[in-house]
Ligand binder design. Structure first.
Ligand SMILES: C[S@@+](CC[C@H](N)C(=O)[O-])C[C@H]1O[C@@H](n2cnc3c(N)ncnc32)[C@H](O)[C@@H]1O
Length: 342
């Protein structure tokens, strides 16, 4: 049995996401196309796709050679749609899905309302208003030969991490945090410091890739630390993480005592302000350089691209090795991979 699959990833992290997807047995990727989308054919067990940590969500896809969505209400096509949904439902325990949601241009047209109603009746699911457990998308096929129907493989997006029991405004997207941790080239011997750890996303995603010799998170906001404690505990990592109320501008750490610094810096929108960033960034990057050993690495994400560039120009101890522009749903921060040089 083979299935057409569409994997949605943060645009800008396509190469990392493709490399991860290539590790999944039975998954054959189409040549790279639109940014943020990986199309593929799956010949292996579908649950293997639930392990994609760079992915936002994964959909089962089928193209229908029909001129208009109305044709989906016809018996043959409607049964094919139900079969797609059953394929997805069979991957999960009974009653995992309670509501359904259809995302489509014209989802409130009479035809698509009827389509949703028929689906809801046949599947025994309520129609959700905003989102649903069972998410379907309908769109014209890119080559205009018909219409594509997509069914999300999981009741929640893969980006919604099971360990996240405490959320905070400005918390980093799980797949982006995972990608940042990968960019640090994790090793078991790493002494990792996450400055401005907030709810703990980067630390948790780093440790879920593999062990570290040390993992410290620090933040000046006690509520952020309390949130990080809860998430770290939910991830089963409490005994591996040290959370501290340290100021990233003045760390009680010895010079060159850290191998990897990770940070999701205040962008100045939801967290912090541009005015405070003007002094925070230079002080934080200078202090991070002090505690990082020569040859060590820092992976930062920030929307303050010009400020980062200006600050790095004044701090030659950091050599920029890679920069990735990421699409965070209309916000385009940049990931900076920096090497601590002598
Ligand atoms: C963008 S948020 C990090 C969000 C985090 N990645 C998450 O997923 O929840 C930036 C964090 O930096 C912290 N912060 C700001 N100034 C700081 C400083 N001088 N020292 C340590 N942390 C600081 C803020 O309290 C905030 O939690």
């Amino acid at each position: 049995m083979s299935y057409r699959i569409e994997i949605i990833v943060p645009a800008g992290l396509d190469a990392l996401a493709r490399a991860e997807a290539q590790q999944i047995g039975g998954l054959r990727l189409d040549p790279a196309g639109e940014h943020g989308v990986i199309s593929a054919t799956m010949r292996g067990p579908l649950p293997a796709l639930f392990n994609l940590r760079c992915a936002i969500s994964v959909f089962l896809m089928r193209s229908f050679a029909i001129p208009r969505p109305r044709a989906l209400l016809g018996d043959e096509h409607f049964r094919a749609v139900l079969a797609m949904v059953e394929t997805v439902r069979r991957l999960h325990p009974a009653n995992t899905f309670q509501t359904l949601f259809l995302s489509a241009a014209g989802a409130e047209s009479s035809v698509l309302r009827r389509f949703k109603h028929e689906l809801s009746e046949r599947l025994g699911l309520a129609v959700g208003d905003e989102d649903g457990d069972l998410v379907l998308r309908l769109r014209p096929s890119p080559d205009r030969s018909g219409w594509d129907l997509l069914v999300r493989l999981t009741p929640r997006p893969l980006a919604t991490r099971p360990w996240r029991v405490c959320n905070r405004e400005g918390a980093l997207n799980g797949p982006v945090a995972h990608a940042m941790a990968l960019l640090s080239k994790p090793r078991a011997s790493d002494r990792v410091l996450n400055v401005g750890c907030g709810s703990g996303t980067l630390l948790i995603e780093r440790l879920l890739i593999g062990p570290a010799a040390q993992a410290i998170g620090c933040d000046t906001d006690p509520e952020a630390l309390a949130c990080a404690y809860r998430n770290v505990a939910a991830a089963g990592l409490s005994h591996k993480v040290d959370l501290r109320d340290w100021d990233a501008r003045q760390l009680p750490l010895a010079p060159a005592s850290i191998d990897v610094v990770l940070a999701d810096l205040p962008f100045g929108h939801l967290v912090g302000s541009h005015a405070s960033n003007l002094t925070l960034y230079p002080a934080l990057l200078r202090e991070a350089a002090r505690v990082t050993r020569p040859g060590g690495v820092a992976v930062f994400i920030s929307h303050e691209v010009r400020l980062m560039e200006r600050t790095l120009a004044e701090l030659p101890v950091w050599r920029s090795e890679q920069q990735l522009r990421v699409d965070l749903g209309g916000l385009y921060p940049r990931i900076f991979v920096l090497r601590r040089v002598e």
